[in-house]
Design a protein around this ligand. Structure first.
Ligand SMILES: [Zn+2]
Length: 414
């Protein structure tokens, strides 16, 4: 059977799920165990680093190094801490915790610093894997994690989980489709999710030929984006509409936190604090949901309808210096938007590229004149429309920029 990595197409599936109280308990136990093991690995890693740095040939130090090195795997860790042998804990969850630590370690090699401890939080999370013992062909319905029908998934140790969403399209697939890493999470708004990585040699989506050819998009702050055809997608400002309410509820939350502290109560035992915490978390979740849906719809439409989509590389480093723009940028989520365009381009077999934002706004698309030279004044954010001093063409700033971005993209491909 082919491994996930060897398969051609990959697909992420995230479903809301509705565990029973008993299942919630099991998810918590596994999440706690994963965090414990991860943190234990962090502690061992830190101690080893210090011991090795001093380079003492003393036996006690060398013994300790040997001991710690040995404990860096799931089996040894379970021997050392008896509670990890609890049969409700998924052994793959333990293995994944260790693997995640190693991944973090490898990622941190490139950047100075070592993996940090994971704090206890209202979020739960653990990972397991789907395995296919004795199977010749991997399907969504014959692994250790498997779909029983559209709304039920069997997960090791947890049992049958009810899930939302429409997986019917995926379940109809006859070709080999493998489930890889499976993640169970609870967010701070107490919603549970089941996510899985899928892989296959056949595409996960049907991608009919695109209706339109190429398109350039200019991301800006006046509107969400303007494309090279002159279409404008206005900015959704969910956060701004909900901000007043959020501020008010957050104030109540911190008041309750202060009171609990004054009366020497633990926050976890303070009922009113917890009620309010959940309310605030739900408000945040609502904004995030709306934004996510918006970005999904726009990015899918762009990719589905065009062979080539060109956008600017983000220059948020410079732009975030400007505080007035900072809120808008984090608000609209351009970075996740570009990420979506990239993976959807793969999914639908389209092309998505980014180009340098240099002069895309300042250049006249008609004659190539660049504003700011020959004594002309550079356009500012306030200039929504302008006229080229060289050829006299009248421009809408963002539309002109989008056309330049598309040209740059085509030039880059040529
Ligand atoms: Zn011109």
């Amino acid at each position: 059977m082919k491994s996930m990595a060897k398969m051609k197409y990959h697909y992420g599936l995230k479903m809301r799920c509705y565990p029973s109280n008993q299942q919630k308990q099991l998810i918590k136990i596994n999440s706690d165990a994963s965090r414990f093991i991860y943190n234990e690995m962090v502690a061992i890693g830190k101690e080893l680093m210090q011991l090795r740095r001093v380079k003492l040939p003393i036996d006690t130090v060398q013994d300790r190094i040997k001991q710690l090195t040995m404990r860096q795997n799931a089996k040894q860790m379970s021997n050392h801490y008896q509670f990890l042998e609890d049969e409700r804990i998924d052994s793959l969850a333990k293995a994944n915790a260790i693997q995640n630590y190693r991944k973090a370690w490898n990622a941190f090699r490139k950047v100075p610093g070592v993996p940090k401890f994971h704090r206890k939080s209202y979020r739960w999370r653990y990972q397991t894997n789907c395995q296919y013992p004795g199977q010749k062909t991997a399907l969504l319905t014959n692994g250790t994690v498997c779909f029983l029908d559209n709304s039920h998934v069997k997960v090791p140790k947890i049992g049958l989980l009810r899930v939302a969403g429409s997986q019917a399209r995926l379940l109809k697939r006859m070709c080999e489709t493998r489930i890889g890493t499976v993640t169970l999470t609870k967010d701070s708004a107490d919603r549970f999710f089941l996510s899985m990585q899928l892989a296959s040699d056949e595409s996960f989506v049907e991608a009919p030929k695109a209706d339109h050819g190429h398109i350039g998009i200019d991301l800006n702050t006046d509107n969400f984006l303007t494309d090279s055809e002159g279409n404008i997608v206005p900015n959704p400002r969910y956060y701004r509409t909900i901000k007043g309410k959020l501020v008010k509820e957050q104030r109540i939350l911190s008041r309750r936190q202060r009171r609990a502290k004054k009366e020497h109560r633990f926050l976890r035992d303070s009922k009113n604090y917890q009620k309010q915490r959940l309310l605030v978390a739900k408000l945040h979740a609502k904004v995030m949901n709306q934004r996510h849906n918006f970005l999904q719809q726009i990015s899918t439409a762009l990719i589905k309808n065009h062979d080539l989509v060109v956008a600017e590389e983000l220059r948020s480093k410079n732009m975030l210096k400007n505080h007035a723009l900072a809120l808008s940028i984090s608000d609209v989520g351009w970075r996740s938007f570009l990420g979506m365009l990239a993976y959807k381009a793969d999914l639908y077999g389209r092309q998505f590229i980014t180009v340098s934002p240099r002069n895309t706004t300042q250049t006249c698309h008609n004659c190539g004149f660049v504003m700011g030279i020959n004594g002309t004044v550079k356009l500012t954010l306030a200039d929504r429309k302008w006229t080229c001093p060289n050829c006299g063409t009248h421009h809408i700033r963002d539309w002109n920029a989008a056309k330049n971005i598309l040209d740059k993209g085509i030039a880059k491909l040529a």
